[in-house]
Design a protein around this ligand. Structure first.
Ligand code: AKG
Length: 198
């Protein structure tokens, strides 16, 4: 896929457990979803946009994050959208934690980490909005084994199984070149879906 650059598969690692769906939502859906996420963030954090500052111990810098069991006036629309468009990509019996909205400022970044295995199951999926970003996945025992994924706004991605457990993921400010072209990282919102740990 054109969304990948990698050396992990040439080293024998299957990257089939990272799935990328560019243009997963339409332009109109992107705008609607962004505005619903903005409203949700406003209800959680107030009208003033302030990001959690750089903290040496934290994985994510310059961000705000909230979980969403309700979407206010847009609750019905969002629950239907999530059921029909997102959860339908997975087996019926899968159970889900509340989705999260992650708002990463233009100078925000996510350092390499594996999502807490005590907290959620084998899937970490994200719908990307506002700004493109490059996500780097590295094998947790050998950071030279890596692949990068271009996440354009409107992309839906799934990390599951081997990739979710054995690879870290990160979005760094230093990584801005994609196949020779500059990627214009600015503020980015992602809608994150994780299954319950069974
Ligand atoms: C996480 O929540 O673990 C992330 O790294 C967020 C990934 C994303 O924003 O797509």
């Amino acid at each position: 896929s054109t969304a990948f650059t990698d050396n992990a598969s040439s080293k024998g690692y299957s990257i089939n457990d990272f799935l990328v769906y560019p243009d997963f939502v339409t332009k109109e859906e992107k705008e609607t979803l962004t505005s619903i996420c903005e409203k949700k963030l406003r209800r959680s954090f107030g009208p003033k946009v302030e990001y959690f500052p750089i903290h040496p111990d934290s994985v994510i810098h310059q961000y705000r994050e909230c979980s969403a069991s309700h979407w206010g006036k847009q609750d019905e629309f969002m629950k239907e959208f999530i059921n029909k468009k997102i959860y339908s990509m997975f087996p019926d019996q899968m159970e889900w934690l509340d989705p999260h909205v992650l708002d990463l400022d233009g100078d925000g970044e996510i350092k390499a980490h594996v999502d807490n295995i005590e907290y959620s199951g084998s899937v970490v999926a994200g719908l990307c909005l506002l700004s493109p970003a490059i996500m780097t996945m590295r094998h947790k025992d050998d950071s030279n084994i890596r692949f990068d994924v271009l996440l354009e706004p409107g992309t839906f991605y799934i990390q599951r199984d081997t990739i979710r457990y054995s690879f870290t993921h990160e979005i760094r400010l230093s990584n801005t070149t994609w196949k020779g072209n500059e990627v214009d990282r600015s503020r980015r919102i992602s809608l994150l879906f994780r299954d319950k740990k069974i």
